[in-house]
Design a protein around this ligand. Structure first.
Ligand code: GDP
Length: 297
Protein backbone atom coordinates (compact mmCIF):
# COMPACT_ATOMS: atom_id res chain seq x y z
CA UNK A 1 0.00 0.00 0.00
CA UNK A 2 1.05 3.58 -0.65
CA UNK A 3 2.52 5.47 2.31
CA UNK A 4 3.21 2.32 4.28
CA UNK A 5 6.69 3.36 5.36
CA UNK A 6 5.65 6.91 6.13
CA UNK A 7 2.58 5.78 8.02
CA UNK A 8 4.59 3.33 10.14
CA UNK A 9 7.20 5.88 11.03
CA UNK A 10 4.85 8.71 11.79
CA UNK A 11 2.56 6.53 13.82
CA UNK A 12 5.53 5.21 15.77
CA UNK A 13 6.77 8.70 16.48
CA UNK A 14 3.39 10.07 17.44
CA UNK A 15 2.69 7.09 19.66
CA UNK A 16 5.48 8.19 21.96
CA UNK A 17 3.81 11.50 22.62
CA UNK A 18 0.16 10.49 22.50
CA UNK A 19 -0.41 9.75 26.16
CA UNK A 20 1.76 12.52 27.54
CA UNK A 21 0.02 14.75 30.06
CA UNK A 22 2.68 17.35 29.65
CA UNK A 23 4.52 18.17 26.46
CA UNK A 24 7.66 20.22 26.81
CA UNK A 25 9.28 22.26 24.10
CA UNK A 26 12.05 19.67 24.03
CA UNK A 27 9.48 16.91 23.42
CA UNK A 28 8.03 18.80 20.46
CA UNK A 29 11.50 19.45 19.13
CA UNK A 30 12.46 15.80 19.32
CA UNK A 31 9.22 14.73 17.73
CA UNK A 32 9.58 17.25 14.92
CA UNK A 33 13.04 15.94 14.20
CA UNK A 34 11.60 12.48 13.70
CA UNK A 35 8.64 13.71 11.65
CA UNK A 36 11.04 15.64 9.46
CA UNK A 37 13.13 12.53 8.80
CA UNK A 38 10.05 10.44 8.09
CA UNK A 39 8.80 12.95 5.51
CA UNK A 40 12.18 13.25 3.83
CA UNK A 41 12.47 9.50 3.69
CA UNK A 42 9.03 9.35 2.06
CA UNK A 43 10.53 11.56 -0.65
CA UNK A 44 8.61 14.71 0.21
CA UNK A 45 10.18 17.80 -1.30
CA UNK A 46 12.66 19.28 1.20
CA UNK A 47 11.25 22.81 1.01
CA UNK A 48 7.81 21.45 1.68
CA UNK A 49 9.13 19.55 4.70
CA UNK A 50 10.81 22.66 6.07
CA UNK A 51 7.64 24.74 5.83
CA UNK A 52 5.59 21.95 7.29
CA UNK A 53 7.79 21.56 10.35
CA UNK A 54 7.87 25.29 10.89
CA UNK A 55 4.09 25.55 10.88
CA UNK A 56 3.56 22.59 13.17
CA UNK A 57 6.12 23.93 15.64
CA UNK A 58 4.51 27.35 15.70
CA UNK A 59 1.12 25.87 16.34
CA UNK A 60 2.16 23.11 18.72
CA UNK A 61 4.19 25.22 21.11
CA UNK A 62 2.30 27.50 23.43
CA UNK A 63 -1.19 26.73 22.22
CA UNK A 64 -4.14 26.49 24.50
CA UNK A 65 -4.91 22.92 25.47
CA UNK A 66 -8.39 21.66 24.68
CA UNK A 67 -10.11 20.07 27.66
CA UNK A 68 -10.94 16.89 25.77
CA UNK A 69 -7.38 16.16 24.64
CA UNK A 70 -4.11 15.46 26.35
CA UNK A 71 -1.31 17.80 25.23
CA UNK A 72 0.17 14.86 23.35
CA UNK A 73 -3.04 14.25 21.46
CA UNK A 74 -3.26 17.92 20.73
CA UNK A 75 0.14 17.97 19.03
CA UNK A 76 -0.96 14.99 16.94
CA UNK A 77 -4.10 16.89 15.95
CA UNK A 78 -1.94 19.76 14.70
CA UNK A 79 0.17 17.37 12.63
CA UNK A 80 -2.99 15.84 11.20
CA UNK A 81 -4.48 19.20 10.22
CA UNK A 82 -1.27 20.42 8.66
CA UNK A 83 -0.91 17.19 6.71
CA UNK A 84 -4.41 17.64 5.36
CA UNK A 85 -3.79 21.29 4.42
CA UNK A 86 -0.57 20.28 2.71
CA UNK A 87 -2.55 18.08 0.36
CA UNK A 88 -5.01 20.83 -0.40
CA UNK A 89 -7.72 21.18 2.24
CA UNK A 90 -11.12 20.39 0.87
CA UNK A 91 -11.52 18.35 -2.26
CA UNK A 92 -12.29 20.23 -5.49
CA UNK A 93 -14.94 19.56 -8.10
CA UNK A 94 -14.93 19.13 -11.90
CA UNK A 95 -15.94 22.18 -13.94
CA UNK A 96 -19.22 22.31 -15.84
CA UNK A 97 -19.29 24.51 -18.95
CA UNK A 98 -22.13 27.02 -19.30
CA UNK A 99 -22.85 25.59 -22.70
CA UNK A 100 -22.13 21.88 -23.17
CA UNK A 101 -20.01 20.09 -23.93
CA UNK A 102 -17.58 20.55 -21.07
CA UNK A 103 -14.13 19.89 -22.50
CA UNK A 104 -11.45 18.11 -20.48
CA UNK A 105 -7.96 17.75 -21.85
CA UNK A 106 -5.86 14.92 -20.42
CA UNK A 107 -2.11 15.52 -20.51
CA UNK A 108 0.94 13.74 -19.14
CA UNK A 109 3.99 11.70 -19.95
CA UNK A 110 3.85 8.35 -21.67
CA UNK A 111 3.15 5.53 -19.27
CA UNK A 112 1.72 7.78 -16.57
CA UNK A 113 -1.72 6.25 -17.10
CA UNK A 114 -3.32 8.91 -19.29
CA UNK A 115 -5.33 6.65 -21.58
CA UNK A 116 -6.52 4.44 -18.73
CA UNK A 117 -7.46 7.50 -16.68
CA UNK A 118 -9.40 8.96 -19.62
CA UNK A 119 -11.59 5.86 -19.45
CA UNK A 120 -11.79 5.92 -15.67
CA UNK A 121 -12.83 9.55 -15.64
CA UNK A 122 -15.53 8.95 -18.26
CA UNK A 123 -16.81 6.06 -16.16
CA UNK A 124 -16.79 8.26 -13.05
CA UNK A 125 -18.69 11.07 -14.81
CA UNK A 126 -21.36 8.70 -16.01
CA UNK A 127 -21.73 6.79 -12.76
CA UNK A 128 -21.51 9.63 -10.26
CA UNK A 129 -22.83 12.55 -12.29
CA UNK A 130 -25.05 10.89 -14.87
CA UNK A 131 -23.06 12.39 -17.75
CA UNK A 132 -22.65 11.24 -21.34
CA UNK A 133 -18.97 11.60 -22.25
CA UNK A 134 -17.33 11.28 -25.62
CA UNK A 135 -13.78 9.91 -25.50
CA UNK A 136 -11.33 11.37 -28.01
CA UNK A 137 -8.26 9.53 -29.29
CA UNK A 138 -5.78 12.33 -29.96
CA UNK A 139 -2.63 10.47 -28.93
CA UNK A 140 -1.47 9.77 -32.47
CA UNK A 141 2.16 8.96 -31.62
CA UNK A 142 2.19 6.15 -29.10
CA UNK A 143 1.67 2.91 -30.98
CA UNK A 144 -1.66 1.33 -30.08
CA UNK A 145 -2.89 4.27 -27.97
CA UNK A 146 -5.87 4.78 -30.26
CA UNK A 147 -6.72 1.10 -30.20
CA UNK A 148 -6.33 1.04 -26.44
CA UNK A 149 -8.87 3.85 -26.06
CA UNK A 150 -11.24 2.12 -28.46
CA UNK A 151 -11.04 -1.04 -26.38
CA UNK A 152 -11.76 0.97 -23.24
CA UNK A 153 -14.73 2.58 -25.02
CA UNK A 154 -16.09 -0.87 -25.84
CA UNK A 155 -15.64 -2.07 -22.27
CA UNK A 156 -17.60 0.93 -21.03
CA UNK A 157 -20.06 0.98 -23.95
CA UNK A 158 -19.10 4.57 -24.60
CA UNK A 159 -18.40 6.32 -27.90
CA UNK A 160 -14.78 6.97 -28.92
CA UNK A 161 -13.96 9.58 -31.53
CA UNK A 162 -10.93 8.83 -33.68
CA UNK A 163 -9.58 9.92 -37.06
CA UNK A 164 -6.61 7.56 -37.09
CA UNK A 165 -3.02 8.69 -36.66
CA UNK A 166 -2.58 10.74 -39.83
CA UNK A 167 -4.69 13.72 -38.76
CA UNK A 168 -3.34 16.40 -36.41
CA UNK A 169 -4.45 16.34 -32.76
CA UNK A 170 -5.83 19.88 -33.17
CA UNK A 171 -8.06 18.78 -36.02
CA UNK A 172 -9.14 15.64 -34.16
CA UNK A 173 -10.04 17.67 -31.08
CA UNK A 174 -12.01 20.26 -33.04
CA UNK A 175 -13.99 17.69 -34.98
CA UNK A 176 -14.65 15.71 -31.81
CA UNK A 177 -16.31 18.72 -30.19
CA UNK A 178 -18.49 19.18 -33.25
CA UNK A 179 -19.44 15.53 -33.06
CA UNK A 180 -20.24 15.82 -29.34
CA UNK A 181 -22.61 18.71 -30.07
CA UNK A 182 -24.40 16.69 -32.73
CA UNK A 183 -24.67 13.61 -30.54
CA UNK A 184 -25.49 15.55 -27.36
CA UNK A 185 -22.49 14.36 -25.41
CA UNK A 186 -22.14 16.72 -22.46
CA UNK A 187 -18.46 15.95 -21.76
CA UNK A 188 -15.57 15.58 -24.17
CA UNK A 189 -12.44 13.96 -22.74
CA UNK A 190 -9.42 14.31 -24.97
CA UNK A 191 -6.58 11.81 -24.56
CA UNK A 192 -3.56 13.75 -25.86
CA UNK A 193 -0.11 12.51 -26.74
CA UNK A 194 2.60 12.08 -24.14
CA UNK A 195 6.30 11.56 -24.54
CA UNK A 196 8.90 9.90 -22.42
CA UNK A 197 10.23 13.25 -21.19
CA UNK A 198 8.95 16.79 -21.01
CA UNK A 199 10.07 18.52 -24.21
CA UNK A 200 9.26 21.59 -26.25
CA UNK A 201 7.62 19.79 -29.16
CA UNK A 202 5.19 18.11 -26.77
CA UNK A 203 4.32 21.36 -25.01
CA UNK A 204 3.88 23.23 -28.29
CA UNK A 205 1.47 20.65 -29.55
CA UNK A 206 -0.52 20.64 -26.33
CA UNK A 207 -0.66 24.44 -26.37
CA UNK A 208 -2.08 24.30 -29.89
CA UNK A 209 -4.77 21.87 -28.83
CA UNK A 210 -5.54 24.04 -25.81
CA UNK A 211 -5.80 27.15 -27.99
CA UNK A 212 -8.09 25.38 -30.44
CA UNK A 213 -10.56 23.85 -28.00
CA UNK A 214 -10.34 26.13 -24.93
CA UNK A 215 -10.76 23.29 -22.42
CA UNK A 216 -12.71 23.83 -19.20
CA UNK A 217 -10.25 21.58 -17.39
CA UNK A 218 -6.72 20.43 -18.10
CA UNK A 219 -5.97 17.34 -16.03
CA UNK A 220 -2.38 16.29 -15.67
CA UNK A 221 -1.91 12.58 -15.11
CA UNK A 222 1.21 11.75 -13.11
CA UNK A 223 2.57 8.49 -11.81
CA UNK A 224 2.88 8.62 -8.02
CA UNK A 225 5.57 5.95 -8.14
CA UNK A 226 7.99 8.41 -9.75
CA UNK A 227 8.21 10.51 -6.56
CA UNK A 228 9.92 13.86 -6.92
CA UNK A 229 9.99 13.42 -10.67
CA UNK A 230 6.20 13.59 -10.61
CA UNK A 231 6.50 16.94 -8.85
CA UNK A 232 8.96 18.26 -11.44
CA UNK A 233 6.76 17.04 -14.27
CA UNK A 234 3.75 18.75 -12.69
CA UNK A 235 5.69 21.99 -12.41
CA UNK A 236 6.73 21.90 -16.10
CA UNK A 237 3.25 21.13 -17.38
CA UNK A 238 1.71 23.72 -15.13
CA UNK A 239 4.14 26.42 -16.24
CA UNK A 240 3.52 25.67 -19.91
CA UNK A 241 -0.20 24.99 -19.92
CA UNK A 242 -1.79 26.04 -16.68
CA UNK A 243 -3.04 22.75 -15.30
CA UNK A 244 -6.36 22.84 -13.42
CA UNK A 245 -6.00 19.54 -11.62
CA UNK A 246 -3.73 16.57 -11.10
CA UNK A 247 -4.67 12.91 -11.24
CA UNK A 248 -2.15 10.89 -9.27
CA UNK A 249 -2.05 7.34 -10.58
CA UNK A 250 -0.75 4.10 -9.12
CA UNK A 251 -1.43 5.07 -5.54
CA UNK A 252 -2.37 1.42 -5.09
CA UNK A 253 1.31 0.56 -5.49
CA UNK A 254 3.93 0.89 -2.79
CA UNK A 255 4.77 4.50 -3.52
CA UNK A 256 6.47 6.30 -0.68
CA UNK A 257 3.95 9.11 -1.04
CA UNK A 258 6.27 12.06 -1.57
CA UNK A 259 4.48 13.19 -4.72
CA UNK A 260 1.07 13.22 -3.10
CA UNK A 261 2.41 15.31 -0.27
CA UNK A 262 4.41 17.78 -2.38
CA UNK A 263 2.47 18.51 -5.56
CA UNK A 264 -0.04 20.90 -4.07
CA UNK A 265 2.48 23.15 -2.34
CA UNK A 266 5.09 23.10 -5.08
CA UNK A 267 2.78 23.62 -8.05
CA UNK A 268 -0.27 25.13 -6.36
CA UNK A 269 -2.40 22.69 -8.34
CA UNK A 270 -4.95 20.52 -6.54
CA UNK A 271 -4.85 16.74 -6.75
CA UNK A 272 -8.40 15.95 -7.83
CA UNK A 273 -8.31 12.19 -8.30
CA UNK A 274 -6.24 9.18 -7.34
CA UNK A 275 -5.79 6.11 -9.52
CA UNK A 276 -6.06 3.02 -7.34
CA UNK A 277 -5.60 0.19 -9.85
CA UNK A 278 -5.71 -0.84 -13.48
CA UNK A 279 -9.46 -1.43 -13.65
CA UNK A 280 -11.77 1.21 -15.04
CA UNK A 281 -13.55 1.73 -11.75
CA UNK A 282 -10.31 2.21 -9.81
CA UNK A 283 -10.50 5.99 -9.62
CA UNK A 284 -11.23 7.85 -6.41
CA UNK A 285 -11.85 11.49 -5.68
CA UNK A 286 -8.79 12.63 -3.75
CA UNK A 287 -9.71 13.46 -0.17
CA UNK A 288 -6.84 15.10 1.73
CA UNK A 289 -8.61 14.48 5.01
CA UNK A 290 -8.96 10.75 4.39
CA UNK A 291 -5.42 10.52 3.10
CA UNK A 292 -4.09 12.23 6.23
CA UNK A 293 -6.09 9.82 8.39
CA UNK A 294 -4.72 6.90 6.46
CA UNK A 295 -1.18 8.09 7.04
CA UNK A 296 -1.62 8.90 10.72
CA UNK A 297 -3.82 5.94 11.54
P1 GDP B 1 -0.38 6.45 -20.98
O1 GDP B 1 0.83 6.15 -21.82
O2 GDP B 1 -0.15 7.60 -20.09
O3 GDP B 1 -1.64 6.57 -21.77
O4 GDP B 1 -0.53 5.20 -19.98
P2 GDP B 1 -1.57 3.98 -19.92
O5 GDP B 1 -2.95 4.48 -19.65
O6 GDP B 1 -1.38 3.10 -21.09
O7 GDP B 1 -1.08 3.26 -18.58
C1 GDP B 1 0.22 2.70 -18.44
C2 GDP B 1 0.13 1.49 -17.52
O8 GDP B 1 -0.18 1.90 -16.20
C3 GDP B 1 -0.94 0.50 -17.92
O9 GDP B 1 -0.47 -0.80 -17.75
C4 GDP B 1 -2.08 0.80 -16.94
O10 GDP B 1 -2.90 -0.34 -16.70
C5 GDP B 1 -1.30 1.18 -15.71
N1 GDP B 1 -2.04 2.05 -14.79
C6 GDP B 1 -2.67 3.21 -15.05
N2 GDP B 1 -3.22 3.75 -13.93
C7 GDP B 1 -2.95 2.88 -12.92
C8 GDP B 1 -3.25 2.88 -11.50
O11 GDP B 1 -3.86 3.77 -10.92
N3 GDP B 1 -2.77 1.81 -10.80
C9 GDP B 1 -2.05 0.79 -11.39
N4 GDP B 1 -1.63 -0.20 -10.62
N5 GDP B 1 -1.76 0.79 -12.69
C10 GDP B 1 -2.20 1.81 -13.46
Amino acid sequence: MAFEGLADRLQGTLQKIRGKGKVSEADVKEMMREVRLALLEADVNFKVVKEFIKRVKERAVGQEVLQSLTPGQQVIKVVHEELKDLMGGEQSKIAVANRPPTVIMMVGLQGAGKTTTTGKLANHLRKKHNRKPLLVAADIYRPAAIQQLETIGKQLSMPVFSLGDQVSPVEIAKQAIQKAKEEHNDYVIIDTAGRLHVDEALMNELEEVKEAVKPDEIFLVVDAMTGQDAVNVAESFNNALGVSGVVLTKLDGDTRGGAALSIRSVTDTPIKFAGMGEKLDALEAFHPERMASRILG
